[in-house]
Design a protein around this ligand. Sequence first.
Ligand SMILES: [Zn+2]
Length: 311
Amino acid sequence: MKRFRLITATAFLSFLMIVSLAASSQAQGKSSSPAKKPLKVFISVDMEGIWGVVHGNQCSSDSPEYQQARKWMAEDTNAVVAGLFESGATEVVVNDSHGSMRNIIASELDPRAMLISGSPKPMSMMEGIDPGFQACIFIGYHARAGSAPAILDHTISGSVIYSIKINSLEMPELGINGAIAGYYHVPVVMLTGDTETCRQAKEILGNDLVTVPVKEAVNRFAARNFPREKVLADLKEGARKTISSLDKFKPYELKPPYQFEVNFHNSQQAEIGLLIPEVKRVAPRTLSFSSQDYVEGFKLLRALISLASGS
Ligand SMILES: [Zn+2]
């Protein structure tokens, strides 16, 4: 009986030792692989600045040329997404930002990324951005209305907008949207498009911005597209470069009050906007308004463009 007790006690002690050893090795395992620090990247993808795109027909779903261009759009994006994940990104959100915003075929996007698809969306080309992101990237962007030579230059709406000024600075979409990222304290770290768009981006968003030119405009509807293999490699490398030097980028934050000035193509497009009380007419084709909150101002700007488009 005594010997049986001794055996039982020994067996019990051995059991305790095994359990405590297992627990300590588990704890060691945990401490040797700490949870990865979140590194979230927001991407807005337009179409006019995608490699291969030189004409509006390639960007419009009723043209047979569109089916090929939407594949290039996914390819340019995937090269950037691959570079981001390879260099430590933990989450990538891609917002389709052109026309119907249903251009990238969901199954053709890198499956590690999330796709925001469709429209209308409250924040339009910037839907999905929030202060939780560490970086913002613009892919396939184009130059402001009135640029030359630049592929398909326009600002938000080619049929309605002649120019948009914010705090006296004439803005391309990259500036308007860059300031939205700045509103949420997220720096724009990279942009891709034609050479003129890259130049405008550095001028507005700063020289640290990584730009990857994919083509050089000959005129509004013709470009030298750089060799495809090199472009895809440059897009991936550009993305890697941003992540390895993330600390140097500063958000593009404009100072309030935000003074918006919208110059339309014709006087009727401006007149319809006067239905909104705080909007003033400063010239026959030009409306102006002020806002203390940038995103509220941006939403009013979109409402004015929307009214003008239907007038
Ligand atoms: Zn577009």
